[in-house]
Design a protein around this ligand. Structure first.
Ligand SMILES: [Zn+2]
Length: 270
């Protein structure tokens, strides 16, 4: 109930101008309805196009590997008008035998009233094949986690068209398959920024195909086609992906709106 009240306050300034009959919940649903299945599919295709996004893959090739993928995601965030940057660290570990630079693409949408209160929307951009140390084989990772990365970028596209009292951070994390490395790097960054992280919405395999499809067959690695465990098994149906993204977006929007000023203020905005 408290949340509902907060939401009502958050929507006060705009409901009179746009759709007086729309409840806060309806408004959140309307925002989520702007998610485009086609756009998400295009994003997944683009991610698959990097061949592999393995954390230990090339960082210098302009078209293939994790470096190109992270730079691309950062560029997409920039295009949306976000403060885009890479948060990086050099790490070694059980699945990282030699010191390796691991970078996340991060986009920041500053809140208008309480910028220190932060909602993080994230997915991991890195991929793998069955052998987690194989950094050169094709690892399309359409479902794991192209689907989640597409959700992050689509959420950014929809939500950057509005203003929120609190800050929303969009993050495509690397190093997940090598030990949740990108998550730690982002957490460290949040600490240095002094962010009050209210919510983290993690999106990992938000859609998948139960069995190989035409799309899957064109982008799966050989090991996947042999039917072995494959993290790269791609998605095909657009609808489930978009529907999962919409659900996530509704949650994100609700949280972002609920970070409004205390009841009594009318300066919150959409
Ligand atoms: Zn995953």
């Amino acid at each position: 109930m408290k949340k509902l009240l907060l939401l009502s306050v958050a929507f006060l300034p705009t409901t009179a101008l746009t759709a007086p009959s729309q409840s806060p919940d309806e408004k959140v649903r309307a925002i989520a309805a702007e998610v485009s299945p086609d756009r998400m599919h295009q994003t997944v295709e683009r991610l698959v196009g990097f061949g592999t996004r393995h954390t230990l893959s090339t960082q210098t090739d302009p078209k293939r590997g994790i470096g190109a993928a992270v730079r691309w995601a950062e560029g997409e965030m920039k295009k949306l008008g976000l403060e885009a940057l890479q948060t990086c660290d050099t790490v070694t570990g059980r699945r990282v035998p030699t010191p390796t630079r691991v970078c996340n693409a991060v986009g920041i949408q500053r809140g208008t009233e309480r910028p220190n209160d932060v909602v993080i929307i994230q997915g991991h951009i890195d991929s793998r094949v069955t052998d987690v140390m194989n950094a050169t084989a094709d690892a399309p990772g359409a479902n794991d986690d192209g689907s989640g990365t597409a959700a992050v970028l689509e959420a950014a596209r929809v939500l950057t068209q509005r203003k929120f009292p609190g800050t929303i951070v969009y993050a495509t994390l690397s190093g997940e398959e090598q030990g949740l490395l990108g998550g730690k790097i982002l957490a460290d960054y949040a600490k240095t920024q002094g962010w009050n992280v209210v919510t983290v919405l993690n999106n990992d395999i938000i859609a998948t195909a139960a069995r190989p499809t035409a799309y899957a067959m064109t982008s799966m690695s050989a090991s996947c086609r042999k039917g072995r465990v494959c993290r790269g098994r791609p998605i095909s149906p657009r609808r489930p992906t978009a529907s999962a993204a919409k659900t996530m977006l509704r949650r994100a929007t609700s949280r972002a709106f609920s970070m409004a000023s205390p009841i009594g203020s009318t300066s919150a905005s959409t």
